[in-house]
Design a protein around this ligand. Structure first.
Ligand SMILES: [Zn+2]
Length: 292
């Protein structure tokens, strides 16, 4: 489940460090599974709900219950998401994504689990990425299960909504733009081309469960790994935190790179509080791993 709760540290947590050695050490040893969150994509211009300038305070993400609850909620979602897609379409992988891809090419990773829906790990060239919360570039029909390309839906929505070009108040990390009710009112949603059913982005909404087979694939990656490297996640939601718990219970070291304290800090060998792009580039340099 992805609850809509935010997490604030209320207990004494071990302090973060700016020493990269714990990261260098686990990556050098290899068989690392990366668990990434919104923080790795902020340098690509995709905002983080909870980080600096984060939008959680003014933006409540759409829940599965809202989305399936009625046509007005879906109109609001698709109007906002349609605008947001233009931003996502422009986003490019940053130095952090490129370093992760380079570690993969160097044979140092067993896999990448990402909580992001932006596809930027794959765009940087990473193989074997598990999109824990799905991917915004796919659309699924709630009626017949047909999976189609978001690009095609974007084209159909453009056609159905000529001249739709409101100025959003803000952008959010799930590809959602803040629009007023007035800006949303005239937006036309399009149905599934196969059965006429309701289309939903192929992402796990808050209040929705991650498919069991996907969770099991991640558990397997964590079991096979010599270490877990958390990149840019506060581990607020259980869908990511459970893998850190699994590793900790198995005695597998966890190293976190995140500017702010995280819900996994007590389970980790270290939390490195440095910006990701620079930190991972430095790790690659120290290991002599070439980054594209
Ligand atoms: Zn359908």
């Amino acid at each position: 489940m992805r609850p809509t709760l935010s997490w604030t540290p209320t207990e004494d947590l071990p302090p973060g460090t700016t020493d990269l050695e714990p990261v260098v050490s686990v990556v050098r040893a290899g068989r690392v599974v990366v668990l990434s969150g919104a923080g790795i994509s902020t340098e690509s211009g995709i905002p983080d709900y909870r980080g600096e300038g984060g939008s959680l305070s003014r933006h409540t993400p759409m829940t599965y219950q809202d989305f399936t609850g009625g046509a007005p909620a879906r109109r609001r979602y698709w109007a906002r998401s349609h605008l947001g897609w233009r931003t996502f379409g422009r986003a490019r992988p940053n130095a952090g994504h490129r370093a992760v891809a380079a570690f993969g090419r160097a044979g140092l990773l067993t896999g990448v689990i990402t909580q992001n829906v932006d596809g930027l790990h794959q765009a940087a060239g990473s193989d074997g990425v598990v999109d824990l919360h799905g991917s915004l570039d796919r659309v699924v029909c709630l009626g017949c299960g047909d999976v189609s390309a978001r690009r095609e839906l974007a084209r159909r929505l453009e056609e159905a909504n000529p001249g739709f070009d409101p100025v959003p108040a803000a952008m959010n990390p799930d590809g959602d733009a803040d629009l007023t009710d007035e800006q949303v009112a005239g937006f036309h949603v399009v149905p599934c081309v196969v059965c006429g059913g309701v289309l939903k982005p192929d992402v796990v909404f808050f209040g929705e469960t991650v498919p069991a087979a996907r969770v099991e694939r991640c558990r397997e990656l964590v079991r096979e790994a010599a270490s877990v490297l958390v990149l840019g996640s506060s581990l607020t939601v259980m869908s990511g935190l459970r893998f850190v718990r699994q590793a900790a219970e198995a005695g597998t070291p966890v190293v976190i790179v995140n500017r702010d304290p995280t819900r996994g800090d007590k389970l980790a060998a270290a939390r490195v509080a440095l910006p990701l792009g620079k930190a991972l580039t430095t790790v690659a340099e120290r290991l002599g791993v070439p980054v594209d």
